[in-house]
Design a protein around this ligand. Structure first.
Ligand code: CP3
Length: 343
């Protein structure tokens, strides 16, 4: 059997047609997702139900034949497994018990305890490893320490991650201790996903863009490098995708600096810029704006071709620059895939 296209691209091969998958490909824009989620009850019940979580992971594979499936879970399950309560407010987003003092950091559960909470996630991975089509790559994931810490510190999502920046400035020791715990727990979590059958792992640093200068080095780059080095020691040859979202110039050389096989690029930079400055460093993933999945039309086709053409001279995995949104039209997704595969 020839090797899966995503794995080939991650090894640096330039394919005539880039393999394609989509962030948040299992999600509310799909009627079949909404039906399964209604069956599960709420979002977290869906995440912790291996049969239903595997089902929603498979839905976009059945509908579109994407080249990769991403485990259905959430980056906030790991901090929840360390102790703080987590819940989702319908129409608003996540809420979490806050961790803002050294005493609270020290009161987190020992990292080995995460498996008690997260074992259903590993079960989902096992089901998927069995049930996915032979050509489809299974991607596991976790949030990067900084992004996870921003939710633990603020207790919710925030536009500028202010609370985390304040803690970093006011109680550096507590902040660093928290980052270190998340870093070590993430290694255990991702390693367990790999043992269960994940073939690639991706680290989501959604808020990396608010780290500047030395902070970017200390809290985006170094924790990612530590996690990836540990994973590659435990699982030699494991491909890793890093996503320091909105890193801008920080994308240049990032993959090499952290030891990743691919860097995912958001749509705040042009594909031409990324092809010139980032892709010489290895495989890139991205970076069509998710807005085209809402608006469709000629712009969708033109911008999809533009991304494919820009990245043609190097290894590339086609993706959006960020997750698809609930108001997207499933037909636009099909049109994007058809355009990529005929470009
Ligand atoms: O990509 C995938 O399809 C895999 C599953 C996945 C989800 N979340 C499912 C989800 C992944 C990889 C994530 C990552 C995630 N979760 C990130 C990092 C990536 C990013 O988007 O920047 C972050 C910051 C979170 C935290 C989170 N989860 C937020 C802020 C929200 C609320 C916003 C929203 O879209 O409602 C979630 C909920 C969430 N995670 C949903 C899904 C499908 C929607 C839940 C629902 O069904 O109501």
């Amino acid at each position: 059997m020839t090797e899966k296209t995503i794995l080939r691209a991650l090894k640096g091969e330039i394919l005539p047609t880039p393999p394609i998958w989509m962030m948040r490909q299992a999600g509310r824009y799909l009627p079949e997702y909404r039906a399964t989620r209604a069956q599960a009850g709420d979002f977290l019940s869906l995440c912790y139900n291996p049969d239903l979580a595997a089902e929603v992971t498979l839905q976009p594979i059945r509908r579109y034949g994407f080249d990769a499936a991403i485990l259905f879970a959430d980056i906030l399950l790991l901090p929840q497994a360390l102790g703080p309560k987590l819940w989702f407010v319908e129409g608003e987003g996540p809420r979490m018990e806050t961790t803002t003092t050294m005493a609270q950091v020290q009161a987190l559960k020992p990292i080995e305890a995460i498996h008690d909470t997260l074992s259903p996630v590993y079960e989902t991975v096992k089901i998927l490893a069995r049930e996915l089509p032979k050509e489809t790559t299974l991607i596991g994931f976790a949030g990067a320490p900084w992004t996870v810490a921003t939710y633990m510190i603020a207790g919710r999502g925030s536009k500028n991650q202010g609370a985390a920046h304040v803690l970093k400035a006011s109680d550096r020791a507590a902040f660093v201790a928290l980052i270190d715990i998340i870093t070590d727990a993430t290694v255990l979590y991702l390693s367990e996903q790999v043992k269960a059958g994940a073939e690639v792992v991706k680290l989501f640093d959604s808020w990396a863009g608010s780290l500047k200068g030395a902070d970017f080095t200390d809290f985006a780059l170094k924790p990612a490098a530590k996690i990836i080095a540990a994973l590659k020691t435990l699982h030699p040859g494991l491909p890793v995708i890093a996503f320091p979202r909105e890193a801008g110039e920080g994308y240049v050389g990032f993959a090499k600096a952290v030891g990743a096989d691919c860097v995912a690029i958001d749509n705040s930079v042009t594909p031409e810029w990324a092809a010139e400055h980032v892709q010489p460093g290895g495989c890139v993933q991205g970076n069509l704006s998710p807005v085209h999945m809402v608006t469709g039309g000629d712009d969708l086709v033109r911008e999809t071709r533009r991304v494919v053409d820009a990245f043609r001279k190097g290894p590339h995995i086609f993706n959006l620059g960020h997750g698809i949104t609930p108001d997207a039209d499933p037909d636009n997704v099909q049109r994007m895939i058809d355009t990529v595969r005929s470009a």
